[in-house]
Design a protein around this ligand. Structure first.
Ligand SMILES: [Zn+2]
Length: 462
């Protein structure tokens, strides 16, 4: 099915809003899950509830107005809150990191904008997003574990979130992994979050430095180790930093054992790992997690609970918020008749060195994202890195596969010379993305004939 139109022939559009500890992100989303625009603004962490609501409303209004629309033209809005919420009353029960506890956020925003609002916990919605369009798209049941400043999770079964008796299910960050371990922000000791979140990793690095150990981070960050971003951890490990590597290794092991616990407790089809720490360091972390999960000795459990990486990254939460909002207006994306695909262009092989995409001719290498957008391939960077543009690696796939296609076609040139290297194939397997590498004319035919959510990379000229 292609994009469904709403009243007056207008497309049905939604807003997904992710209220984070540092920023509010509002994204304008099509019925197919395509993201039309994003807007961020800073979260007033120490502000009053009204200040936080002002920031949320500003991000919402800005992203819609940038596209020449008004909020009342939207079909529904989903809000992701970092804390405990009651989805039935759209009320925030408690938000530890900002001033929204007790706020009837749904009623407030509905009165303000006149559009149906759905509210959920951010990590729960991240899991729902991965189920809708990400790595868990084909899974009957999925647990997502998001590792950032803190650690959160969500469990989805048959397209529905498992909420628990008090809206507190899936608080994976607070399972105790070490009795009498380090103090956690929640008040308990030895929680997963107190051992493996970015805050825990930062704390361990600072303590080791205070005890006289050295790390390249001291130079990289000018001596200020108060905030160490995930990318910095990656840089330190790439530079051979022993301290950071050791601390990251330990944190990753704890995450691996948490995955085992999830498998033994819930036996999900898949476990999806995401969040800044994992996404920034997946090449280091995934093999460690995979080897722990593969070492499982419990009879019957060994074959289950494949561990995947998030296919949607930062967009998982806003897309989950939209999925929840769509359910609120009885258009759940998990119902077959409301499951729509983006509009894809028709491709044609014109002859050597030329392809037609829709009505336009291209005489260079291009790719078409899962949203149907045509982009030029960055052959210069590929050539610089691999010495040839015939190799496709994971860095290139990051842009080609943005948005989580179920299927990637690769047109390998008329003679089929382009190849995915081993890391690129691993990138796809880890995100549950199927792929086919074919000579370009055949890839075009396969792409045109496929009714999956798809992307294609086309080698056209040498
Ligand atoms: Zn805790």
């Amino acid at each position: 099915m292609t994009e469904t139109n709403g009243k007056n022939g207008r497309k049905r559009l939604y807003l997904g809003v992710d209220i984070g500890g540092t920023k509010v992100q509002a994204s304008l989303v099509e019925e197919s899950g395509g993201i039309l625009g994003r807007q961020r603004c800073a979260t007033p962490r120490d502000g009053s509830p009204d200040d936080v609501l002002d920031a949320i409303e500003r991000a919402m209004t800005d992203v819609v107005e940038k596209k020449g629309l008004t909020i009342d033209s939207l079909a529904a809005i989903g809000i992701a809150v970092p804390g405990v919420v009651d989805p039935d009353t759209a009320r925030v029960i408690v938000t530890p990191n900002m001033n929204l506890s007790g706020v009837e956020i749904g009623a407030h925003l509905e009165a303000r904008f006149g559009v149906p609002i759905a509210v959920g916990n951010d990590c729960n919605l991240g899991a729902l997003g991965e189920k809708w369009l990400g790595s868990a798209r084909d899974a009957e049941s999925a647990m997502a574990i998001l590792v950032g400043t803190g650690i959160g999770g969500g469990f989805v079964q048959k397209g529905k979130l498992w909420r628990g008796a008090r809206e507190s299910a899936s608080e994976i960050g607070h399972i105790v992994m070490q009795i009498d371990g380090p103090m956690c922000g929640c008040g308990n000791r030895g929680c997963l979050e107190a051992l493996a979140s970015r805050s825990a990793i930062e704390r361990d690095i600072r303590e080791a430095v205070a005890a006289g150990k050295s790390t390249v981070l001291t130079a990289l960050l000018d001596g200020d180790l108060s905030v160490i971003r995930s990318g910095m951890l990656r840089r330190a490990m790439a530079a051979g930093d022993e301290l950071v590597t050791k601390i990251m290794h330990r944190a990753t092991e704890v995450i691996g054992y948490a995955c085992l616990t999830v498998r033994h407790l819930l036996d999900p089809d898949v476990i999806v790992l995401g969040g800044g720490v994992v996404e920034g360091n997946s090449r280091f972390m995934m093999p460690i997690v995979e080897s722990i999960v593969a070492s499982d000795q419990l009879p019957g459990a060994r074959e289950g609970g494949r561990v995947l990486l998030s296919a949607l990254g930062d967009d998982a939460v806003v897309l989950g918020a939209v999925a929840l909002a769509r359910r609120r207006i009885d258009r759940s994306p998990f119902k077959r008749r409301f499951c729509t695909h983006p509009k894809y262009p028709q491709l044609a092989w014109v002859g050597f060195g030329e392809v037609a995409i829709g009505k336009k001719a291209y005489t260079c290498d291009v790719f078409i994202t899962v949203g149907g957008k045509v982009k030029k391939r960055d052959k210069t960077s590929v050539k610089q890195f691999y010495g040839t543009s015939h190799t496709v690696g994971p860095a290139e796939l990051e842009s080609v596969c943005k948005g989580g296609p179920a299927m990637l076609f690769v047109g390998a040139g008329a003679e089929g010379r382009v190849e995915l290297n081993e890391e690129a194939r691993e990138f796809l397997v880890q995100r549950s993305i199927c792929h086919k590498v074919l000579p370009t004319p055949d890839a075009i035919e396969a792409y045109n004939g496929s009714d999956q959510r798809k992307a294609i990379l086309l080698h056209v000229t040498c």
